[in-house]
Design a protein around this ligand. Structure first.
Ligand SMILES: *[C@@H]1O[C@H](CO)[C@@H](O)[C@H](O)[C@H]1NC(C)=O
Ligand SMILES: *[C@@H]1O[C@H](CO)[C@@H](O)[C@H](O)[C@H]1NC(C)=O
Ligand SMILES: *[C@@H]1O[C@H](CO)[C@@H](O)[C@H](O)[C@H]1NC(C)=O
Ligand SMILES: *[C@@H]1O[C@H](CO)[C@@H](O)[C@H](O)[C@H]1NC(C)=O
Ligand SMILES: *[C@@H]1O[C@H](CO)[C@@H](O)[C@H](O)[C@H]1NC(C)=O
Length: 408
């Protein structure tokens, strides 16, 4: 402030005088505020382990606290940092004495359990951060009733699964960060009650998504599921997920896509299925009920194609490009399916063969389909006999990962 003023000296005497007055006023005001804050707060209400910077800001970092100070700090506190203390359990309504809290940081604590409704009673809480803790799961109702929270940061923990109804009644959260957690399972109804999330980005490595995992999750800007390692996409996985701007499922092993996997999904502007490996599609039914605007199916490797009658793509716009499909008798199923919008020739130019081995990686357009018989029920089975299938899956998996590693 002083330096800025001296730099302005050449502006002439009048300017200098104004500048001096402003500086003086600022400095004296700061001194008065600090005086008041330190003298009053520290003596009466501040815990020895904490630093009360003001009536509204308190730091208790590396304080060796073993109990959450519920009522033993200024009741006016809005910004409370309790980093690196020792609270293994966060009890129900643990902070309600401090109902003016706007920002609460619990990073670096030895938190292993968050009880249901732990943060209830904090109507003004906007940001809650719990990072670098051994927390191994998000339990039922643990983040319930955080009505007005904007940001929930749960990165860098040991969270392996999210139980149903963990966020019930937490309507207005905008950002949830779950990155850098060893998340493997998303249980049914895990995100139920979240109604206005802008971005929900889940960490990589998810191995299991239960049916109804996204049930009652609504008004999402972006829901992105990447680097998953699934065995199957179960029936009703996306049931009652609605009003999503972009749902993107990408760079994952999706295993087998079961019939009804997308049934009950509603009002999705953009559904992207990008660069995945898919063992088989039993049925892909994106009906008018789903109200899907644009469906992009790009860069996927499909080992077993669905029958044409099991591919129902009743969406606004389809683009199916750069995919690899089997070019044996199943190819007729693909070419007769809704994946082909417009000319079959265009489709064949922009999509590729995954098998048989001599056609792997070649555009579909090089294959003479008239020379390949359609799959009959029996032939279909024989061609995909279990031993052949295993061998082929392994080969294709290797090729897929080679392709993906080249791609990155
Ligand atoms: C915190 O304090 C409030 C108000 O004094 C009380 O109702 C609540 O039960 C306390 N929470 C815990 C976990 O002790
Ligand atoms: C963290 O909590 C666990 C179990 O409650 C305990 O065994 C461990 O010693 C604690 N670690 C620290 C650093 O307090
Ligand atoms: C949420 O915030 C709004 C405005 O900031 C406030 O009017 C409302 O009372 C808050 N909600 C609760 C449950 O306190
Ligand atoms: C596709 O889904 C819609 C809506 O769920 C359903 O009415 C229709 O029968 C399904 N089609 C097939 C072939 O299963
Ligand atoms: C098919 O392609 C045409 C032209 O590319 C496009 O205008 C139309 O919307 C597409 N229809 C579907 C259902 O994707």
């Amino acid at each position: 402030m002083f330096r800025r003023c001296t730099e302005k000296l050449y502006w002439g005497p009048r300017m200098t005088w104004i500048c001096f007055l402003t500086c003086w006023a600022t400095v004296s005001l700061t001194i008065t505020l600090q005086d008041e804050a330190s003298s009053t707060v520290s003596t009466s209400q501040c815990l020895a382990e904490c630093i009360c910077l003001s009536f509204t800001q308190v730091l208790c970092n590396t304080g060796g606290l073993h109990e959450i100070p519920n009522g033993s700090l200024p009741l006016t506190v809005e910004d409370l940092s309790l980093t690196k203390n020792n609270f293994p359990i966060i009890r129900r309504e643990a902070f309600t004495a401090h109902r003016y809290l706007r920002k609460l940081t619990l990073d670096g604590n030895n938190i292993s359990l968050i009880k249901p409704f732990a943060f209830r009673g904090l109507p003004h809480l906007r940001k809650l951060s719990i990072q670098h803790t051994p927390l191994s799961y998000v339990g039922q109702y643990s983040f319930a009733a955080l009505q007005n929270i904007t940001m929930l940061v749960l990165a860098h923990n040991k969270i392996r699964y999210i139980e149903g109804y963990s966020f019930a009644g937490t309507d207005n959260v905008k950002f949830i960060f779950l990155s850098n957690n060893p998340l493997v399972t998303i249980q049914s109804y895990a995100f139920s009650g979240l109604k206005n999330v802008e971005r929900l980005i889940l960490p990589s490595g998810i191995k299991e998504i239960e049916s109804d995992a996204f049930n009652n999750l609504q008004h999402i800007g972006l829901l992105k599921l990447t680097y998953m390692d699934l065995k199957r996409l179960l029936p009703y996985t996306f049931r009652a997920l609605s009003y999503v701007h972009v749902l993107s499922i990408q760079e994952s092993d999706l295993g087998v896509i079961y019939k009804d996997a997308f049934t009950g999904l509603r009002r999705i502007n953009n559904l992207n299925i990008l660069n995945n490996k898919i063992d088989a599609i039993k049925q892909l039914n994106l009906s008018a009920d789903n109200e899907i605007g644009t469906f992009r199916f790009l860069g996927n490797h499909i080992l077993e194609a669905p029958r044409a009658s099991d591919t129902i793509l009743d969406v606004g716009t389809i683009s199916a490009l750069n995919n690899h499909f089997p070019c044996d008798c199943q190819i007729h199923n693909v070419l007769e399916s809704d994946f082909v919008n417009g000319s079959t020739m265009e489709f064949q130019l922009h999509n590729f063969c995954i098998s048989p081995i001599e056609f792997n990686g070649k555009p579909m357009s090089v294959v003479d389909f008239d020379g390949i018989a359609k799959c009959h029920e029996k032939v279909f089975k024989d061609n995909l006999g279990s031993r052949g299938q295993d061998l082929r899956s392994t080969l294709i998996l290797i090729m897929f990962f080679l392709a993906v590693s080249n791609f990155f």
